[in-house]
Design a protein around this ligand. Structure first.
Ligand SMILES: [Zn+2]
Length: 196
């Protein structure tokens, strides 16, 4: 009996860490930097929906360094504008009445002023040349959107239209944590719907 308890204990100890590891992996999976591929994490909790995108800058912008001239700054503003217009990027089940709360764009190579909602005026104000990482290496953009849904129980799918906005993007590995548990999906331009 004692021996049985012991082996049960061992079995439990073996199961629990892998369960924790799975949840942690879902929340913070390190992104492999592959051009054309991005990861998306969707967390639905009650009426609030958080969507996080991690993408190589190349797939959204065509380059991965700090913008060096006005043309490149304009490309950053354009990318930023598209991502702030969340209704062109995500289409929720209409009955769920989800509305955008906030958007945050972050990149280690681009000054925050260029990534803000009103990037034109911010860029003019933001003349403190921040020491951003200007070394020519690979770099990424992280975007976090927050939505509030008036009828969350109606929310059953999100159409991800990032592919139309950013044609260099070919694949999105998505993870959903929602009322029906956790699920994963591989999205592509031809299959861009997340359902649960
Ligand atoms: Zn890269």
């Amino acid at each position: 009996m004692k021996r049985m308890m012991h082996s049960m204990g061992l079995a439990l100890m073996a199961v629990i860490p892998s369960f924790i590891a799975v949840s942690v992996a879902l929340a913070h999976e390190p992104t492999a930097h592959v051009h054309g591929r991005a990861t998306l994490e969707v967390a639905v909790e009650g009426g609030s929906v958080q969507i996080s995108l991690d993408s190589p800058l190349d797939s959204l912008l065509g380059f991965e360094h700090a913008p060096r001239n006005e043309k490149e700054r304009q490309s950053v503003r354009e990318m930023s504008r598209k991502l702030h217009q969340s209704d062109r990027v995500f289409v929720f089940t209409p009955q769920s009445q989800c509305r955008l709360d906030s958007v945050l764009l972050e990149s280690s190579v681009i000054e925050p002023g260029l990534l803000a909602a009103d990037s034109d005026s911010n860029a003019r104000k933001d003349h403190d040349k921040r020491p951003v990482n200007s070394v020519d290496t690979h770099s990424e953009l992280s975007v976090t959107w927050h939505f509030q849904c008036a009828v969350p129980e109606s929310l059953q799918e999100i159409k991800v239209q990032l592919f139309q906005q950013f044609p260099a993007l070919k694949r999105i590995d998505a993870a959903v944590v929602g009322p029906k548990g956790q699920s994963r999906a591989r999205l592509s331009p031809k299959s861009n719907q997340l359902k649960w």
